[in-house]
Each structure stands twice: as structure tokens, then as C-alpha cells.
Design a protein. Structure first.
Length: 256
């Protein structure tokens, strides 16, 4: 077995970062849900991905990206919700990845964002971001590890553009500059992990520089909508679709 393949896989590096954040959150909250929900979400997303791929393509593969998707769902959905909510978000995330796209592993929407947001809208469930919202230690780990990963992937421009616009807006609204704004776990988890997801965000051309600021503007606008409990995830999903349409030069959504 070539262990260098595992070591160099950026999906596993991101998953390891989220794994450390989960361990800290489980230790901090010391509840069964805080410990178990991320693990359950990882297991369910992996199961759904493997099962759907088998029925569709008659192939078995280990989906490393499922680790990231599952951990994100488990760390963002409120652990006070019933387990079937987590299961539904996992199923929707997997379905979006497997069937809404232009080919195998060429999906349009960020899977975790799709699963969480559709579940939130359907049942009026608030988006909690609980895994990183409780303190500065998970934020420190998130920033240190993800900046290195994104730098190696040459994708640092996406979160950088988003954060500049978003934090500038917050500073103007609060009429003061505070380093606390830059240490918000919710915003940083979104910007450093979900926003630059390689398949659903642009990698080339001018669009990769415009994508982050555009998502920030959308998030600011959508945060004013009373029917939404979160402005970040729907902004990302809209930008995913818009980026796909711009890059592909078509207006029809392909269902495979």
C-alpha cells in the first residue's frame, strides 16, 4: 500500500483538521450527542455514498470526501435535534453529490451545505455551527491547519476574498474594529473549509478571485431575510449554481 497517497490527499488533511475540532468539542460539551453525532454523520454519508455508487455503477470505492461532509454535518447541525434530522441531512448531501451534477464526482453544490440547508428550510431548524462556536482553541487549530492546506492547494484566494469583504462589512456595521470579529469560528469554518471545496468552487480564471467576495455579498444580503436562520450556506449554494452556469455557459441544470 502506498501511504504517500493517503498523506498527500487533501481531503484526508481537511478531515483530520475537522477530526481534531470534533475531539475538542466533544471534550468541551461532554454530551453523548456532541460525541456521537459527527461519528454517526460520517458513517451515514459514507454508507449512502458507497450504496448509491454500487447501485448506479456496480463499483465499490472508499469515499474520502465523505469524511469531510459527515464531519461538517455533525459539527454544524444542532446536536439537540433528533438523530433522524442528522440522517436526513446526510442522505440529502449524498444525493446532491451523486445525482445533481455533470458527471461522476462533478457535483454542483457543496454536499454538506446542501444537506444542512435543505433540512433547515424544510423543518425550520436553526443552523448551529456548534462545533466551533464555543471557544478560541478550535478556531486556532482551524486557522493554522487550513491555511497551510489551502496554500498548498493554491486556493487561499477564495477565503481571503470572502473574509476581507465580510469582515469589512461587519466592522462598518459595528462602527468599530475588533479582533474578535476575525476569531469567529462560524465564519472561519465556512470560509476555510466549505467555501473553497475544490469541485464546487472555481479553480481557474478571474472567477476564482471574484467567487469569495461574491459569496460574502450574497451572505450579507441573505442574512437580512427573516425566513432564513443562516445566510452563509444559502449564499454558498447560490454561488455554486451561478459559478457552474457561468463556467459551463448554459442555463439548464443537468440531472444525471
Amino acid at each position: 500500500m502506498n501511504w504517500k497517497i493517503f498523506y498527500n490527499d487533501n481531503r484526508l488533511k481537511v478531515a483530520f483538521t475537522l477530526f481534531l475540532i470534533w475531539l475538542l468539542a466533544a471534550w468541551h460539551f461532554k454530551t453523548l450527542a456532541a460525541f456521537g453525532y459527527p461519528l454517526i454523520a460520517v458513517g451515514l454519508v459514507t454508507f449512502f455514498d458507497v450504496l448509491i455508487t454500487w447501485f448506479r455503477d456496480k463499483k465499490i470505492y472508499w469515499p474520502f470526501a465523505s469524511l469531510v461532509t459527515g464531519l461538517l454535518i455533525g459539527l454544524i447541525i444542532d446536536p439537540g435535534q433528533p438523530i433522524w434530522i442528522v440522517a436526513l441531512a446526510c442522505l440529502l448531501a449524498s444525493l446532491s453529490k451523486q445525482f445533481i451534477g455533470v458527471g461522476i464526482r462533478q457535483h454542483i453544490f457543496n454536499p454538506a451545505a446542501f444537506g444542512i440547508m435543505t433540512t433547515s428550510l424544510a423543518f425550520g431548524i436553526p443552523v448551529a455551527w456548534w462545533g466551533v462556536a464555543w471557544g478560541k482553541l478550535p478556531v486556532l487549530i482551524l486557522v493554522l491547519l487550513m491555511i497551510r492546506i489551502l496554500w498548498g492547494m493554491k486556493r487561499i484566494w477564495l477565503p481571503a476574498g470572502f473574509l476581507v469583504v465580510y469582515f469589512t462589512y461587519l466592522s462598518v456595521i459595528t462602527k468599530s474594529f475588533s479582533w474578535g470579529l476575525f476569531l469567529d469560528g462560524t465564519t472561519l469554518l465556512f470560509a476555510l473549509v466549505m467555501l473553497p471545496e475544490p469541485i464546487t468552487s472555481p479553480t481557474n480564471g478571474k472567477l476564482k478571485y471574484l467567487f469569495g467576495p461574491a459569496v460574502a455579498v450574497l451572505a450579507i444580503f441573505l442574512s437580512q431575510a427573516k425566513f432564513l436562520t443562516d445566510g452563509l450556506l444559502p449564499a454558498l449554494l447560490i454561488a455554486n449554481l451561478a459559478g457552474f452556469l457561468i463556467i459551463r455557459g448554459k442555463i439548464n441544470l443537468v440531472i444525471i
